[in-house]
Design a protein around this ligand. Sequence first.
Ligand code: AMP
Length: 144
Amino acid sequence: MSLDTAYDPDNIFARIIRGELPAISVYDDDDALAFMDIFPQTRGHTLVIPKKARATNFFDADVADLSVLIARVQHVARGVRKALKPDGVRLAQFNGAAAGQTVFHLHFHIIPVFESEGLKRHAGEKADMAELEALAGRIRAALG
Ligand code: AMP
């Protein structure tokens, strides 16, 4: 998938937005949805996606949609920080398969980093769903 790949309305994240596929959500409003990454790199790895923008990546997104999205990323990242008290937080956003993008609907990764715990590989090992639900509960509570 190149940087110029047209938006596919049947991508996994579009299907999650439409409720056709499940997700463990931590935040939801008219503009954005945040949910647990099911192949997390760290404990608490969360994704934030725009709900209305039909953007494949950073380059074909409207700047107005990006502005709203980055505000939601900050809001959710604050919740992740408050809930899990990581030593650091990595924000990531990949464009094009060559850069590591595997789902072609614009999204940001919020990856809490713990000094005593490593980072797993990108989109690698599937998480324990009960553990993800528990982490999501803590993040939801922190977001109020
Ligand atoms: P990227 O590779 O930057 O496009 O990120 C896509 C992310 O989505 C990866 O970190 C995957 O682990 C994650 N992912 C793939 N399918 C799902 C899914 N059904 N629910 C939650 N996360 C997913």
